[in-house]
Write a protein of this length. Structure first.
Lengths: 112, 313
């Protein structure tokens, strides 16, 4: 029987790097604010270790940059390169969404 | 004495350089999460795992964060560590196979003898490659020490040299003692001699580990030109080939002994099985397999980075 619940074999985009870039797209955030925001808009609970692993890679690749720390909490902001990478990813996902929607539409049409 | 917070203890899983850069803010985040919802066992394990990943990334053995030259160096260092393990396993095979050929029927000796010879030749090739590799690093090592790098190595070097002196003295003593013993006493008949031999073997292993630690610490810090790095990487590939031959030869020898002289493999002529002997053979084979796997991991890293280092020259 087909369930309407989300299958474990097909998941929503949950790449930590992509989620962080998306969160930073509306302004700088520190680690805890990032976790909260990502959980709110993405429904994904990243762990602190995963978050900082992704932050390390994103900073090394110049996609985000650190700001001055306030009481040990250091905010990060997205760079121009990071914004460009996010746009590329969005275009790619949009194409996927369009193809999936269109094919689902054709399938339901064929069965109708 | 200042007591470390739980967050600070978790940070110990990360490499020092990473902690210097991100430690304070990750510690603050861990405190925030703990205040919010508490840190579950799963979450703390995930932080530990992430710390170990950063340690691997820092070595250059995984990920693409480090530069091509650093990855080439990391691959070569992995091969060096694998070779040290192979040396221990190889020494065990050398001792175990000492009189093994005589146990075989004359008609079945050729393949076993050939395998042992191949192991010996590959072992010599590996040692020569490692020695050449070390010699190539000497000028860089001297420059490194002159520029103030010695304190990084001093303690490790002291341990290695002390251990070498102890090993050498113990070896001389054991050889002198062995001259007064019969062949059967030297080969298990004298429990005291056997215990001393095992102790010497353990000191020898410790010495090898100590020198490998010195070599790894130096190899990670010494500045090497790209051409020398590539040469070291080529030597690493030679060493991995030698290791593969050593393992293949050992397995072939072991199969021949199992087929034609099963009592040798059992370690007993009475039909039973010597647990110690069987455990030693199994441990030796496992060590060889692990060494070859680690060597291949390093060789893969070398092979993937080689072209990029060439292209970036």
């Amino acid at each position: 029987m087909v369930s309407s619940r989300e299958s474990s074999a097909v998941r929503r985009p949950s790449d930590p790097g992509l989620l962080i870039l998306t969160s930073l797209a509306d302004g700088p955030k520190h680690g805890h604010a990032l976790l909260k925001d990502i959980e709110t808009f993405g429904g994904v609970r990243l762990g602190p270790g995963t978050l900082y692993g992704a932050i390390t890679r994103l900073e090394e690749q110049g996609l985000i940059e650190p700001l001055d720390a306030v009481d040990r909490r250091r905010p990060y902001r997205i760079t121009a390169l990071g914004s460009e990478q996010l746009r590329v990813q969005i275009r790619s996902m949009r194409r996927l969404t369009e193809v999936a929607s269109s094919r689902l539409g054709q399938t339901s049409g064929a069965h109708a | 004495m200042k007591r470390r917070s739980p967050s600070d203890r978790l940070l110990r899983w990360y490499p020092a350089a990473w902690r210097d850069r991100y430690g304070s803010e990750l510690s603050a985040l861990l405190d925030d999460v703990r205040d919010d919802e508490g840190l579950s066992f799963t979450r703390t394990m995930a932080v530990r795992r992430a710390g170990l990943v950063e340690r691997w990334v820092a070595t250059g053995l995984v990920g693409t964060a480090r530069g091509d030259a650093q990855r080439l160096r990391a691959g070569s260092i992995a091969v060096l560590c694998a070779w040290s393990l192979m040396m221990v396993a190889g020494a065990s095979v050398a001792k175990a196979s000492e009189h093994s050929i005589n146990v075989l029927p004359v008609a079945d000796r050729a393949l076993a003898q050939m395998s042992i010879d191949a192991v010996a030749v590959a072992g010599v090739i590996g040692v020569v490659a490692v020695v050449i590799g070390a010699a190539m690093c000497v000028p860089g090592f001297v420059t490194f020490c002159r520029r103030g790098g010695w304190p990084f190595l001093a303690r490790k070097m002291t341990v290695a040299v002390s251990s070498t002196v102890v090993s050498a003295a113990a070896l001389v003593g054991l050889v002198g003692w062995a001259h007064h013993l019969s062949s059967s006493q030297r080969n298990g008949g004298s429990p005291t001699y056997t215990t001393a031999f095992v102790a010497l073997a353990l000191v020898g292993v410790f010495t090898l580990v100590a020198w490998t630690t010195v070599a790894v610490a130096a190899a990670r810090r010494v500045e090497l030109s790209r051409s020398i790095l590539r040469f070291e990487a080529a030597l690493a590939l030679v060493v991995v080939c030698a290791m593969t031959v050593v393992m293949s030869g050992t397995l072939t020898w072991l199969v021949q002994m199992t087929l034609h002289a099963p009592s040798f493999v059992r370690g007993s002529t009475t039909g039973g099985v010597s647990t110690m002997w069987a455990a030693r053979l199994v441990a030796t084979v496992v060590a060889m397999v692990v060494a070859v796997a680690a060597g291949l991991l390093g060789a893969g890293r070398v092979a993937r980075s080689w072209r990029l280092v060439d292209a970036n020259d």
